[in-house]
Design a protein around this ligand. Structure first.
Ligand code: KG4
Ligand code: ZN
Length: 344
């Protein structure tokens, strides 16, 4: 096992969406996690505009990387490896990060590691809680992903067991929030409103996918909520916002926790780890902790800042990759659809 405090220094670069990130770790110790977001430039379009994001990455890349070196108190020449998100994500945005990472790796004469964004979300927890027990099940839930990932052990490849077949969990929160007249992103206001609502007020549907599947579906639930609210408005009746929020949240969390728990039991996981923006949800955190305590397995809940997209996770994944060699070539390309290994 690598000594944590004098482990290798890894620079991680993340540009898969609107965040330009540069993170530096020394082994499992986080030294810097700098981020510049172009979200204000996208707000008026109601979503991330890929070309705008790519240009913003170009402008922010070098200052963000220099900021990370300054924050960490290390020089570029001290770095032992450069890691970068190679995918999945927006093609043009990824290309900026990959080009920057290649330039630094080549100029410094250090190995380059192209990492998968989803695996990086899981790798980040070790910066706060040390090594994950093996095998571990990870539930990655954000605006872009809802996935169940199997982490065999630190030397193995992260395996995708299931994913959303339509909307991601965070996307469902954002769409339901819009129906209820709440601001974007919708997760935090729904979470707050749900606190004073009755989760049993309305029985919203839980998608039943074929037996044995670890996939998710949230489009039907989102539509059911929209229809229910519309019917109340058409009838001239007031919409009980807190009850709708609480009942919707209950359905989402119920599906996520039931599925994650079953997957964890099926593979004999020793822990369940949460990742992604929705991992900030108060009900989800409580239910995951409860379920893990009941099932006698560990619950790993990273802090909110490390759950959302950041570059510390890319550096952590780079360090992870360093444990079992296999650097990328300087011909590494960005792959918007980069896949994890999938289970048979
Ligand atoms: O990981 P993230 O910051 O960005 C990406 O999607 O890549 O995740 C953002 C998502 C949004 O859909 C937001 O509504 C959701 O995370 N979110 C939450 C909460 N905080 C953020 N969802 C439920 N409850 C929350 N407290
Ligand atoms: Zn992400």
């Amino acid at each position: 096992m690598t000594n944590v405090t004098d482990g290798p220094l890894v620079l991680g670069i993340e540009t898969s969406c609107d965040e330009t990130g540069a993170g530096i770790v020394r082994g499992r110790e986080l030294l810097a996690d700098e981020v510049a977001s172009s979200m204000d430039q996208h707000a008026r379009f109601g979503g991330v505009v890929p070309e705008v994001a790519s240009r913003a990455h170009l402008e922010a890349m070098v200052p963000v990387i220099e900021g990370a070196f300054a924050k960490a108190g290390v020089r570029p020449a001290d770095i032992d490896a450069v890691a970068v998100t190679a995918g999945p994500g927006l093609a043009g945005a990824l290309m900026v990060g990959v080009a920057a990472a290649k330039a630094y790796a080549y100029a410094l004469g250090k190995p380059l590691y192209g990492v998968n964004h989803l695996a990086a979300h899981v790798a980040v927890d070790q910066l706060e809680h040390g090594p994950l027990p093996a095998p571990c099940m990870a539930l990655l839930v954000s605006g872009g992903h809802s996935s169940l990932l199997l982490v065999p052990d630190i030397t193995g490849e992260v395996v995708s067991l299931g994913a959303t077949i339509d909307d991601a969990a965070g996307e469902a929160y954002d769409k339901v929030a819009r129906v209820l007249g709440m601001p974007f992103p919708g997760g935090p206001p729904i979470d707050r409103a749900a606190a004073s609502g009755d989760p049993a007020a309305i029985r919203f549907p839980r998608a039943k996918l074929h037996d044995g599947s670890y996939d998710f579906s949230f489009a039907g639930l989102k539509t059911a909520v929209a229809r229910w609210v519309e019917a109340r408005r058409d009838a001239g009746e007031p919409v009980p916002v807190a009850d709708v929020a609480a009942s919707f949240q209950e359905a989402v969390v119920d599906v996520l926790v039931t599925r994650a728990r079953r997957a964890a039991a099926d593979v004999g996981a020793r822990a369940l780890c949460l990742a992604g923006g929705v991992a900030a949800n108060s009900l989800l955190r409580t239910r995951v902790s409860q379920a893990c305590a009941d099932d006698g397995i560990g619950a790993f809940l990273p802090s909110r800042a490390l759950c959302t997209d950041n570059a510390a996770m890319v550096a952590a994944a780079g360090w992870w990759r360093l444990q079992h060699g296999g650097a990328s070539l300087l011909t590494l390309g960005a792959d918007p659809n980069l896949r994890l290994a999938t289970s048979a």
